[in-house]
Design a protein around this ligand. Structure first.
Ligand code: ZN
Length: 611
């Protein structure tokens, strides 16, 4: 009775809780490919059931044909030839590809509900004019046949990477472009960032029997395969078929090499980590030590950022650095142990801030690379604390990130975070906006709303928005709800503009038995301020003033035992005056932003007296 009542109560609570209201399309892929490893080509068939859950009638659809980027004269090629600071991995390499080194996806046949449709290949996009419009709330089946050539590895995907991995197969199939509340996202493949339709993938890869394949999805026929998935089968046919299924993902990646060694580790919660690497002097020992460390990383991440919803994750040696995919990553493997752990943590962290949240990273790269970088630094610091990687844990693992942002902002290359990822004027500006500004955004938010509200924000963001393509407003609304603060101004200054905060101690003067401190707002962006007054007897007194538009006060932080909340500071007022009840002679120093979690362009003007 009691249990039943409780259950009823629980289900009521769930249904009454505000659920984000956002429709999204859905795709169910069934693909069969047959790989010719001598020619580095493959033939593919795809049956795609596409659900139009939008309120709109669609009279066209778009597919990505990413491999077409790896041809001389492609948009990716020309872009890299013209960028002032092109990625060295690309540079002019596409322009030099020979016929048997280029990549392509050539669509041979496409039908909609059994009837052939008109389509045109325009670079990396297939434009499809539908026979019948897809009405809201209906689904349609597309059947496609195509031929593909795997390019020599230039960027992310391709064959024969620098470490000799034969196939790094990302962006390898015709992929339906996403249509969402912001319309179509048929972005040509120019350099970076992806956005896709959530769905189920059923993929059969037929390849010569000596190839070990790992990546996204659960292998359905391990007993036919062996190779670390199951005991070795008695015999294999000349060609074997790997059958994978991946539920509720927006992409599918695989790697293949005859030399892969495949290790697995089952975690306490039942999920399994897979590791695929090419044994050698520069890999074996580090890769054998990796599972133990990633096990602890998983535990920390699950607890702090939300529980990983799949039963498997694969670390696959391949690609050209590190790149995230659903349930898997492609990483280069010949690294120092710390670097191997670092890239593994970063790409794993992307499962939260890209694969599971599915933020449109072309538009909001800072929410995916930035949040990932922030969380990765936290995880790495934890691993250092646990003694699992070399080095000492530090008080602020983001200090160098703050410093590098400060440095970059001295250049004339700064662009706002709202630029589309492909359209930044320089790679440097993109990298800083995405990785660095996004990282600082998160740490500074923690400073603004406080540790506990921030922790709740991250977990609620995950639970409310997983599998739903959240945008910046969705994130900041969660932070507002969990902190009780008004935070739109923070998002707007940080994301839409490039003028950030800077505060100074202007004067510290005697006022009878008290001391009067005058602060100055030098930068344009308002921020809550922490001011540390240290007395000559060594005691520390913390003062706090929030911008009036915050409409709330931060809870007393753990690090501030003597915490004094001052009047709000209206952002229109260039200076701010307050008194401390100690005479000037007893004040040793006054310091703004002593913990450095508020980003300021100038930190030289933050102190008075001797620290
Ligand atoms: Zn990343």
């Amino acid at each position: 009775m009691r249990l039943a009542f409780l259950l009823l109560l629980c289900s009521l609570t769930v249904s009454l809780a505000a659920q984000p209201d956002r429709w999204q399309q859905r795709a169910e892929y069934q693909m069969n490919i047959d790989v010719d490893v001598k020619k580095n080509q493959y033939a593919g068939t795809q049956q795609l059931t596409y659900y139009n859950n939008s309120p709109d009638t669609l009279d066209k659809v778009f597919y990505h044909l990413y491999f077409n980027a790896f041809q001389p004269g492609s948009m990716m090629d020309v872009r890299n030839l013209n960028l002032p600071d092109a990625d060295g991995r690309v540079a002019d390499r596409i322009s030099l590809l020979a016929e048997d080194e280029i990549g392509y996806i050539k669509v041979k046949k496409l039908s909609q509900n059994g009837a052939a449709v008109q389509y045109e290949t325009v670079g990396t996009i297939l434009e499809v004019a539908l026979n019948q419009p897809i009405l809201p709330g209906t689904s349609v089946q597309f059947d496609m046949e195509w031929d593909a050539q795997v390019p020599l590895q230039i960027r992310r995907s391709g064959r024969d990477n620098a470490e000799g991995i034969e196939y790094s197969m990302a962006q390898w199939y015709p992929k339906m472009a996403e249509y969402d509340y912001q319309g179509w996202h048929a972005n040509p493949y120019v350099g970076r960032e992806f956005h896709g339709v959530w769905g189920d993938f059923d993929v059969k890869i037929t390849i010569d029997r000596d190839y070990v394949v790992g990546g996204t999805g659960y292998l359905q026929n391990p007993e036919e395969i062996g190779y670390g998935y199951a005991p070795e089968p008695k015999k294999r046919k000349k060609k074997i078929t790997y059958h994978f299924k991946a539920p509720n993902v927006h992409d599918f990646m695989w790697g293949a090499d005859p030399d892969y060694r495949h290790l697995t580790k089952e975690r306490e919660d039942g999920m399994t980590m897979h590791f695929f690497f090419q044994p050698g002097e520069r890999t074996t020992e580090n890769w054998e030590n990796l599972p133990r460390v990633m096990d602890e990383a998983f535990s920390y991440i699950n607890e702090h950022y939300g529980h990983y919803p799949y039963e498997q994750y694969s670390f696959v040696q391949g690609g050209d650095g590190g790149m995230e995919y659903p349930m898997a990553t492609l990483i280069t493997g010949e690294r120092s142990f710390t670097s191997l752990v670092g890239v593994s943590v970063h790409e794993l962290m992307h499962s939260w801030y890209q694969m599971i949240m599915g933020t449109n990273e072309s538009l909001y790269a800072w929410m995916d690379e930035g949040f990932t970088s922030w969380a990765s630094s936290e995880v790495m610091n934890h691993l250092r604390k646990q003694g699992l990687i070399p080095g000492e844990a530090v008080e602020n693992p983001h200090a160098r990130t703050f410093a590098s942002l400060r440095g970059f902002r001295q250049s004339d290359l700064v662009e706002p975070l709202t630029i589309h990822a492909d359209h930044f004027a320089t790679n440097a500006a993109y990298s800083v906006a995405a990785y660095v500004n996004g990282n600082v955004f998160q740490e500074q938010l923690r400073y603004i709303i406080g540790e506990e509200a921030h922790q709740r924000t991250l977990l609620r963001y995950f639970n409310d928005w997983k599998f739903k393509h959240p945008n910046p407003n969705d994130f900041i609304r969660i932070a507002e709800k969990e902190s009780g603060m008004e935070l739109d101004w923070y998002k707007e200054y940080w994301v839409h503009g490039t003028d950030y905060a800077d505060y100074a101690v202007k004067t510290v003067e005697a006022a009878g038995d008290a001391t009067e401190i005058t602060l100055e707002k030098v930068g344009r962006m308002p921020m809550p301020l922490e001011i540390l007054v240290t007395l000559t007897d060594g005691s520390e007194h913390w003062y706090y003033t929030a911008p009036r538009i915050l409409r709330a006060t931060k809870a007393q932080p753990d690090y501030a035992s003597n915490w004094n909340v001052l009047e709000d500071w209206p952002w229109t007022h260039p200076t701010y005056r307050f008194r401390v009840q100690h005479n000037l002679g007893s004040v040793q120093s006054v310091q703004i932003n002593p913990r450095g979690r508020m980003f300021e362009d100038d930190v030289e003007n933050n102190s008075w007296g001797e620290e």
